[in-house]
Design a protein around this ligand. Sequence first.
Ligand SMILES: NC(=O)c1ccc[n+]([C@@H]2O[C@H](COP(=O)([O-])OP(=O)(O)OC[C@H]3O[C@@H](n4cnc5c(N)ncnc54)[C@H](O)[C@@H]3O)[C@@H](O)[C@H]2O)c1
Length: 399
Amino acid sequence: MKALLLENIHPEAERLLTERGIELETVKGALDEDELIDAVRDVQLLGIRSKTTVTERVISSSPQLVGIGAFCIGTNQIDLSAATGHGVAVFNAPFSNTRSVVELVIAEIISMARHLTDKNAKMHAGVWDKSATGAHEVRGRTLGIVGYGNIGSQLSVIAEALGMQVYFYDVADKLALGNARRCETLDELLEVSETVSLHVDGRPGNAGLFGAEQFAKMRPRSLFLNLCRGIVVDHEALRAQLESGHIAGAAVDVFPSEPKKTGDPFTSSLQGIPNVILTPHVGGSTEEAQEDIGRFVAGKLRDYLGAGATTMSVNLPTVQLDGTPTDRTRILHIHRNVPGVLATANGVLADFGVNIDSQSLSTRGDLGYVITDVAGGVPAELLDKLGSLPETIRLRLAD
Ligand SMILES: NC(=O)c1ccc[n+]([C@@H]2O[C@H](COP(=O)([O-])OP(=O)(O)OC[C@H]3O[C@@H](n4cnc5c(N)ncnc54)[C@H](O)[C@@H]3O)[C@@H](O)[C@H]2O)c1
């Protein structure tokens, strides 16, 4: 078994995969389409980060590829429908940097409440400004969290530990943690919050979610943070509200258009305004998050290769059978989700006198995935027959 890891993936991933006996090839940077096609020809697993694009051409030209690990959060760089169509499982790390984002939000709320960036700039310029005016504790203050998902809900817990009163608004029904209070509408949240922090996802309807109207509804002299998606906020409207003093401070980590790489020039209408913290999309960028991403995604790839488990796969149905097969054979069968396919496949096993020990099936859209454990080995002809069923997309044994 071979894996190709691109883009400087954390060594924790290498450790987990080699421990499992997988031969590794690593490349520091990203590869273009043709280079990638050459490189994945004889690998079962491919690991990438955000700069490698995995196209349908790449996927269809490497028939032995069974899994792709996106060692990051997003999977836009992978043609997911091509991966699904070829029965290639894709995994990512949706939670690994949650804590890192939350810690930065907390640091920024306190920094803005104490005007730390302005005090720091003055000190470096040789100005001693020992004034308490406009500096506040966060204890007892209200925090409004928009989007109570992985990040929003963890922020809620840590903000409460600091003594903040948390309100949240989410379009989905979410369990309120601790003493957090749910708001029925965004307007209701804006009315009660002295600090508003956005943590919604990137669904198309969220573009322009926060503009002049929403800023105007915020309490006077409140603080605003956006560490979710650049397109969610109208930066011109934010600038106007900061200049008028209606908003007392803002922290922004994500921008409607961001430079491609370190060193590229950056401009924003939010530059040069006091008590505004601008960061280059680093909310989730910590060494701890990178290590956790390496561990999480490599673990998913290892479990998929060895046991067929698709738990938390981005594109395949979720199926997991207990244990790793040692005295049994585990057949992993990805197939088109059509009536009677399971009966046909089990009929093939019966024809060869093979008894099923345990079996689990799940479907997702047009795709079905069944894991079947049978006692002892299975003849090659049986696998040929299953593999050549018209419904079969991919058939392999757990390794
Ligand atoms: N700055 C960074 O480096 C960084 C790092 C990680 C994640 N993020 C971004 O942070 C955001 C949140 O991440 P997450 O893991 O918590 O996502 P998540 O999917 O767990 O949570 C998003 C929540 O927002 C809610 N939501 C969506 N639209 C809404 C709306 N219009 N109003 C109210 N609620 C709405 C959803 O129901 C969901 O509960 C994402 O956009 C993600 O891309 C940024």
